[in-house]
Design a protein around this ligand. Structure first.
Ligand code: MLT
Length: 264
């Protein structure tokens, strides 16, 4: 479906009934990342999966920023008359979730922060982003997919689940170059969200995979430690895309989290 926001058209899916959950993909994905959640959580949740600007069906020229992405989510919630939602963000989606808290805290019912971290990029990290921007501009998104696919998925998935490897490669290859370049710039420029963590006072589930090679588990642990009352779950045999690599385990965790939320 397409929602008309004040300045962009935003692609999204909506299924299920219950607590609204807004699923926010990472970089450089699109809303199809959340297919297993939209198939598996419809009894407990009204699930929304959105295409961030520059990805999927949400076309918009860069520049982008984490604040802009967060404002888009709040804009979509306005259009769809969602007062508050659980924000479930994976990786860059988690960076956006933390921006959402800074700018639109009253719209947040809780967080699922998956395979993500609070810190900003290091100078070395920024340099890698510049290299990837150049690659995207000169060789297109399929070169980005080739470069990212190994880090994107855990070793178990890479060894045993070729359909997931191929599907993720296809998703990244089909990402518009504008979206890729704009997303890289937005991540490079993002602020350090560490000071934000102590201000979070909504129920928060932190999830990662024990084979995530992109986000060090120490970063995830310190994010969890800094969010009062949060819980941390580490899914075994999953890499950076834990929701896609071990969907049943991921959905079980989210489902239990939503059940607890309904008593709070
Ligand atoms: C993501 O999956 O969103 C990105 O890998 C995050 C990042 O590069 O920092």
């Amino acid at each position: 479906m397409i929602a008309l926001l004040s300045n962009i058209e935003m692609g999204y899916d909506e299924v299920g009934a219950g607590t609204p959950v807004l699923f926010v993909h990472g970089f450089p994905h699109d809303r199809s990342l959340w297919m297993p959640q939209l198939q598996g959580l419809t009894v407990q949740a009204r699930c929304y999966a959105v295409d961030l600007r520059g990805f999927g069906e949400t076309t918009a020229a860069p520049p982008y920023s984490m604040d802009q992405y967060a404002d888009d989510l709040a804009g979509l919630m306005d259009v769809l008359h969602i007062d508050r939602a659980v924000i479930a963000g994976l990786s860059m989606g988690g960076y956006i979730a933390l921006a959402m808290w800074r700018r639109h805290a009253s719209r947040v019912r809780g967080f699922v922060l998956s395979n993500t971290r609070a810190g900003a990029d290091s100078e070395e990290g920024r340099e890698k982003r510049r290299t990837m921007m150049k690659m995207a501009r000169e060789q297109g998104s399929s070169a980005v997919a080739d470069a990212m696919i190994t880090g994107m998925l855990g070793k178990t998935t890479r060894a045993k689940r070729p359909e997931i490897v191929n599907g993720v490669h296809r998703m990244i290859s089909s990402a518009p170059v504008d979206g890729v370049v704009g997303g890289l710039q937005a991540m490079m420029d993002r602020p350090d969200s560490t000071p934000t963590l102590a201000t979070i006072d909504v129920p928060t589930l932190v999830v990662t995979g024990d084979e995530d090679a992109l986000i060090p588990i120490e970063d995830v642990r310190s994010m969890h430690a800094a969010i009062r009352g949060s819980s941390l779950e580490v899914i075994t045999g999953a890499g950076h895309l834990s929701n896609l690599e071990r969907p049943a385990a991921f959905n079980h965790l989210v489902s239990e989290f939503l059940a607890r939320l309904s008593f709070q």
